[in-house]
Design a binder for this molecule. Structure first.
Ligand code: NG6
Ligand code: CA
Length: 516
């Protein structure tokens, strides 16, 4: 009897104290998270300034991205560092303008890693601050040592050597071989008896190609993209082997999302940084069947709906895990939009009145604003006041800004072009950078509302993609304050300003860094 009473008393006190104890831990956790909030960077591929309803699109609805915009700060002058993928990602990761370094243009799928392990990168910086770091999705920064990766062995250096504790990636793009996923240095699902071989200079193995076997295609190229066929789509580059590891394009977004959500679940009790790099709406646009036909705009529009869905899944996961308030979410894109990027996917025919670049001129590959000015949203409930910011900010600034965010000092050699624009990103200041270099076929300098585009050789319209390149043999000068669409070249009217901006650009180029 006495023993039973004693047990009851002990049990009762456990129940009594356990409640408050749990609360205290919860409070403690909250306090820690308040100091060190999680960071989720959602990085879409080729999503244009005008592709999102929060940015004015009316022909397509992106409710999940719009939710971010409604709950966060929407930037109207936020930039990728370049008008194509690899240089943008290089700058995002290193805080260095990619044009400073040779070999940072759009990479083939078998390129070696272009960032030196050991240098300060966005993930290594956050890892040092105690974050669990992960990348899921498109990589396109090369893999392995000089000479390229060993697809059948341990693939390094790569993201895991640059500061990502976890990686689930595609090597390059959906339209480049090898069409397989890598998880932490290994090709996923590879059968060693069927090794992967990749060649970008000549055909390897006996797999069909788009050029020789067009009858086997479910999507035909419009330009390029006529090499090895995988999953009914001919790609850039030749491959053979790795049959059990080949991806199915239609399942890619679901898989990336699942991998990203499990990363969030695994790390919910500690600060984390997730770099979620979607493949959508890059070519080949092969969304899951549940999105097919849903935009009325063909695969490009459907792939945008899919990217929006992925965004929503991540936001829902944060809600479900009760992490929303402690998580800084940044949403942006690696470069501007392109309609025909090499496949006959009805994007041109079904565009209708949709304007992927919104009111901006140009698009992916272009020196005009739509090359680099992209959707750019920051959400941190309770800390970042929802609204709109016109501050000039760039993805090259993430490194210095998140260094400030995590109370870390950059070394002299670190992130040479990254400005701390944290006050602008958090909406505490209306001002971002005063000036910014934009990279496409040549460099442009933004100084406030003024934009100077260097003299550029080459056609005014890129034939295959039908992009307005912004190339002109003479330097161009625009005042975006009254001429966002860059239609009124003021170089002849303001020769002194054009000259001064050209000189300043030259100076930034010659100095090893532009960071204050
Ligand atoms: C181009 C490809 C284009 C796309 C781009 C890279 C051809 C004809 N065009 O060379 O389809 O893959 O490279 O896009 O091959 S990016 O977003 O990764 O920079
Ligand atoms: Ca891109």
């Amino acid at each position: 009897m006495m023993k039973r009473l004693l047990v009851s008393i002990i049990l009762a006190s456990i129940v009594f104290f356990a409640g408050p104890l749990r609360d205290a831990q919860f409070d403690k956790a909250e306090a820690r998270f308040t100091l060190q909030p999680n960071i989720v960077l959602i990085y879409t591929d080729d999503l244009g300034y005008g592709d999102v309803s929060a940015y004015g699109a009316t022909k397509i609805k992106t409710p999940n991205i719009d939710r971010l915009a409604k709950e966060g700060l929407r930037f109207t002058d936020g930039h990728a560092a370049a008008a194509t993928c690899t240089p943008s990602r290089y700058a995002l990761m290193t805080g260095e303008y990619a044009w400073r370094k040779k070999g940072t243009g759009v990479l083939p799928g078998d390129a070696s890693l272009i960032i030196e392990p050991g240098r300060t990168t966005l993930p290594s910086l956050l890892q040092k601050a105690g974050y669990q770091t992960g990348v899921v999705g498109k990589w396109h920064l090369g893999l392995g040592p000089k000479g390229g990766p060993d697809w059948n062995g341990e693939i390094k250096p790569g993201p895991n050597e640059l500061g990502f504790g976890y990686s689930f990636i595609m090597a390059a793009t959906g339209d480049r071989v090898p069409t397989v996923y890598l998880e932490n240095r290994r090709v996923v699902g590879l059968d060693p008896a069927d090794p992967i071989r990749v060649d970008y200079s000549q055909k390897i193995g006996d797999w069909p190609t788009g050029r020789e076997n067009p009858g086997q295609l479910k999507m035909h190229p419009s330009h390029g993209h006529d090499m090895t066929i995988v999953n009914g789509v001919s790609r850039i580059g030749f491959m053979t082997g790795g049959k059990s590891a080949l991806w199915k394009d239609e399942d890619m977004a679901d898989l990336y999302t699942a991998k990203a959500v499990s990363f969030l679940e695994r790390n919910k009790t500690q600060p984390f940084f997730l770099f979620f790099a979607t493949h959508d709406p890059h070519v080949p646009r092969m969304p899951h069947s549940r999105f097919v036909g849903k935009s009325g705009m063909g695969p490009r529009g459907d792939a945008i709906l899919q990217a929006d869905w992925c965004t929503g899944e991540l936001l829902n996961a944060l809600d479900r895990l009760k992490l929303t308030r402690n998580t800084l979410v940044i949403f942006t894109s690696d470069n501007g939009p392109v309609v025909d990027d090499g496949y006959k996917d009805d994007a041109v025919e079904k565009l209708g009145g949709h304007k992927p670049a919104g009111a901006l001129r140009g698009g992916k590959y272009s020196n005009f604003e739509a090359g680099t000015r992209v959707p750019f949203i920051v959400r941190w409930p309770g800390r970042v006041k929802p609204g709109v910011s016109n501050a000039l900010v760039s993805q090259v600034d993430f490194l210095a800004s998140l260094a400030a965010f995590t109370d870390q000092k950059l070394g002299d050699a670190d992130a040479p072009d990254s400005f701390n624009v944290l006050p602008a990103l958090l909406g505490q200041s209306k001002a971002g950078r005063e000036s910014l270099v934009e990279q496409a076929s040549v460099l442009s300098l933004r100084a406030g509302a003024w934009k100077y585009i260097e003299p550029a050789k080459g056609p005014k319209i890129q034939k295959n993609t039908n992009t307005e390149t912004g190339n002109d043999p003479d330097g161009q000068l625009y005042n975006l304050a009254g001429d966002l669409g860059e239609t009124n070249n003021l170089a002849a009217r303001h020769p002194d300003r054009a000259k001064a901006m050209a000189a300043r650009l030259q100076q930034i180029r010659q100095n090893a860094r532009s960071r204050p």
